[in-house]
Write a protein that binds this ligand. Sequence first.
Ligand code: FEO
Length: 168
Amino acid sequence: MQQDIQALLNDQVKYEADASIQYLAMASWADANGYNGVAEFFYLQSEEERLHMTKLIKFINQRSGKVVIPKIKQPSSEYRSLNELFDLFLKSEMFVTKQINHIIHKCLELKAYNVHNFMQWYVTEQLEEEAVARTLLDKLTIIGNDKSGHYLFDRDINTIATTGHNPE
Ligand code: FEO
């Protein structure tokens, strides 16, 4: 495996790990503040990011590269509102997308076509995750400070994430 590509993939391992821990902190905050639906959503997101990280680690090892298990960044764990939580979620996903696009660009530049092919899964995943984060943040912007709106958002988060609407 080319050194430049290996370094980028290891960087990506760290970004996915950081996202996983960040979402775990967000899940815990939601849990502690009575937003059980939001908590479950972020516990699951945290698991997904961990899988994204592990998939990269396995790929680097399969290609006889060297994996560096990263030090994890301390996540922020105090949030003023659901809005702030989901704003951070979207920003985090946009950051990851930018890094993945950078890897794709480098793969083409260095003719690392097998890695390029592997990374396509991440491109699709990011499209989906960014769309979900945008949908949820848009919904919260509409709800504003309405407490009953927050209650319904928490109750219906999974439906809103997949359809963009409350069930009723
Ligand atoms: Fe694996 Fe949502 O970044």
